[in-house]
Design a protein around this ligand. Structure first.
Ligand code: DGP
Length: 114
């Protein structure tokens, strides 16, 4: 049996629609379908790896994801602050096992997170 393609890989392949914000040769950024803040954007590598830690093996691609998130934060005028979140594993609430950063901003963000 062939395994179904990862959800974010399907977005990368254009098989599923997404509200794309920006892209680079290595990364794609699109708005989260279930936003938790006025700005809630997912930044993902084109490479399929399960989480951000696995992406650390590919330093240039990790840097591209982080730099793209920071650049979008500037464009979204999140000058008062924003949060980059990488849920890793089920106990942290990871639901899609393709590395991604959540870029959250536009409201006061509580600490500690839930
Ligand atoms: P996480 O729970 O950390 O793995 O984050 C996965 C995020 O992906 C979650 O906030 C909801 C979002 N998401 C799930 N399915 C879709 C989709 O089809 N389109 C978009 N744009 N976002 C999705």
């Amino acid at each position: 049996m062939i395994a179904p393609m990862c959800l974010f890989c399907r977005i990368l392949e254009g098989e599923m629609a997404a509200d794309v914000v920006r892209e680079t040769g290595l990364s794609l950024a699109f708005r989260d379908i279930n936003p938790q803040a006025p700005t809630h954007i997912l930044v993902i590598p084109r490479r399929h790896v399960a989480n951000l830690f696995e992406l650390a093996e590919y330093a240039g691609e990790l840097a591209d994801v982080v730099a793209l998130a920071g650049s979008i934060a500037e464009e979204e005028e999140l000058d008062k602050g924003y949060r980059l979140v990488a849920n890793t594993g089920s106990q942290a609430g990871q639901s899609v096992y393709h590395a991604h950063l959540h870029l959250l901003g536009g409201r006061d963000l509580g600490w500690p997170p839930g």
